[in-house]
Write a protein that binds this ligand. Structure first.
Ligand code: C2O
Ligand code: CU
Ligand code: CU
Length: 546
């Protein structure tokens, strides 16, 4: 056994419990596979806050190219290489072997303006062998396939299907995938990451992710903190050995190494363990993204000061929301204004419950703060449930073997490779009812679209399993104020029906939706869906529930 069991405890499960969401009769926590064993790093033995927080540099285009979609225009062209890198995550640890984009983890920041397209060549320059344990029993990771494969997806991007990074459209080392990103969408913090069928959790864990910012004039007019006062924070936990190397845990069953969830002993921020950032006593804009495979966070400041949430996954809220604490599921983003003016001369930590994440060192005096915290951010656009042409009821299910061991999760009891069942029509709005029959909270993500949470409501899962009838046992809970804006990833809590409303805008074509706990996603908690062209007769997709 190792010393820091605390860090292995699932913040996600604590989170669920804290919300009193645990279902009656839920099985107790899963065993925690810890094959880092005696070699596991104990981060409490390291001196905290000795490394400055790195801020990923913004990638510059290498030229321009034409694209048939925007004839006559020269579009900025980027080449981004996936490479093995060695990176110091802490002053006192040897460099960690990772796979990332360009020369460090996270990859470079990509940036564009709304409506300004870009072409990105994602070049696979990875080694020929994987350094993390592949489970060849998973669909899409068979022994007959090359070990090292990659396909990049722009999470939150309104992207034509051909450039969206379909999980089966991977390339091998030496090959590239070239994507066209029109970026016809509002300002938001997006991110790019690997999406390869069957090994996505390993590739991302190895480091294959980076941030992508879309800006627009409306946001620019708000006079929010910018430049060095706008700080991206990609938070991701990893399991590290004493020698600084990554461990990806395996089950005790060599025939089936897959584990249902992974929690690290080290929480990295922009690739550093317990970094610090020197800040001035003024407003900062923190653009936070949860890049963990499975860990949920509840972020707050150690001095319990208030922060203002101004946006989430798909951009600004209608107005700032004052919070002391903000939850963040895997793949969710939150845009926070922290005013350090009241903390001049102090050190304050960003924490998740009792875990330190990083330290802000507020200097006594700084430059004058000319930024604003506007009372309204963008016109509020709550979607009306009545605009939906169809409601789909979709279950989140756990498959168990005969000794109650999790075999993985699925969507609507349907494996990945079954024919497509969800075919919304372009230009229409649907309601998806996510009926969570598992004991876990799942961050559910739909590609292509932005969506809003209508509500969550407790229901009788046993009755639903037995008779198929949906009987609610609690009141309708509207989304919390900080998650009431446009999102692309939504927490579906256990024992609850989470209703989302989704305008299918952008492009027709084949996309995917899935749980963003990467261990779930890689083991079939992912389904294709298809947006049908608007000309497609609505009568063939009759209006019904189910
Ligand atoms: Cu973060 Cu399928 O995406
Ligand atoms: Cu996505
Ligand atoms: Cu899940």
């Amino acid at each position: 056994m190792i010393a820091m069991t605390d860090l292995f405890r699932s913040t996600r499960r604590e989170f669920v419990k804290a919300g009193a969401l645990a279902m009656a009769g839920a099985r107790m926590g899963l065993p925690h596979p810890m094959d880092a064993g005696a070699d596991a790093l104990d981060p409490s033995t390291l001196t905290p806050f000795v490394d400055a927080l790195p801020v990923p540099r913004v990638k510059r285009p290498t030229g321009t190219r034409a694209h048939p979609e925007q004839a006559g225009l020269q579009i900025p062209y980027y080449r981004v290489a996936m490479r093995e890198v060695r990176q110091k995550v802490h002053r006192d640890l040897p460099a960690t072997r990772m796979w990332s984009f360009e020369d460090s983890f996270p990859g470079p920041m990509m940036e564009t303006e709304s409506g300004k397209a870009m072409i990105v060549e994602w070049a696979n320059e990875l080694p020929a062998r994987h350094f993390l344990p592949i489970d060849h029993t998973l669909h899409g990771a068979e022994r007959s396939l090359p070990e090292v494969r990659s396909v990049v997806h722009l999470h939150g991007g309104r992207t034509p299907a051909a450039s969206d990074g379909y999980p089966e459209e991977w390339v091998v080392p030496g090959k590239s995938q070239t994507c066209f990103y029109p970026a016809k969408q509002d300002a938001a913090l997006l991110f790019y990451h690997d999406h390869t069928m069957g090994i996505n959790r390993l590739n991302i864990y190895a480091g294959m992710q980076g941030l992508f910012i879309v800006r627009d004039a409306q946001e620019a007019a708000l006079n929010l903190p910018s430049g060095k006062h706008e700080v991206p924070l990609l938070i991701a936990d990893r399991l590290l050995r004493k020698d600084g190397q990554l461990v990806y845990p395996v089950s005790e069953h060599p025939d089936r190494p897959w584990v249902p969830e992974v929690f690290g002993n080290a929480i990295l921020v922009n690739g550093k363990l317990l970094p610090y950032l020197d800040v001035e006593p003024r407003r900062y804009r923190l653009r936070v993204m949860n890049g963990s495979n499975g860990r949920f966070y509840r972020l707050s400041l150690s001095n319990k000061n208030e922060m203002h949430v101004i946006g989430n996954d798909q951009g600004l809220l209608s107005a700032p929301v004052a919070v002391k604490r903000v939850p963040l599921a895997p793949a969710e983003r939150v845009d926070i204004i922290v005013d350090f003016a009241t903390m001049a001369g102090t050190h304050v930590k960003l924490v998740s419950d009792s875990f330190d994440i990083m330290e802000f060192r507020v200097v006594a005096k700084g430059t004058a703060d000319t930024t604003a915290l506007p009372g309204t951010l963008r016109p509020s656009l709550r979607l009306d449930a009545a605009t939906a042409v169809r409601t789909r009821r979709l279950t989140l299910d756990e498959r168990m073997d005969d000794i109650q061991r999790s075999m993985g999760m699925v969507l609507n009891n349907t494996p990945w490779h079954a024919p497509i069942t969800e075919k919304p029509t372009l230009g229409t709005t649907e309601i998806w009812e996510l009926v969570n029959l598992t004991d876990d909270s799942h961050p559910i993500h739909l590609h292509l679209v932005r969506l809003q949470i209508l509500d969550r409501r407790r229901f009788d899962a046993f009755e639903f399993q037995a008779k198929g009838t949906l009987r609610f046992t609690g009141p309708v809970q509207p989304p919390e104020a900080h998650e009431a804006g446009w999102k692309d990833t939504v927490r579906a809590d256990p024992g609850m029906v989470t209703r989302i409303i989704v305008p299918f805008e952008g492009y027709a074509g084949r996309y995917v939706w899935h749980c963003h706990i990467l261990e779930h996603e890689d083991n079939e908690m992912m389904r294709p869906y298809e947006v049908l062209p608007a000309s497609h007769s609505a009568s063939t997709e009759s209006k019904k529930i189910g």
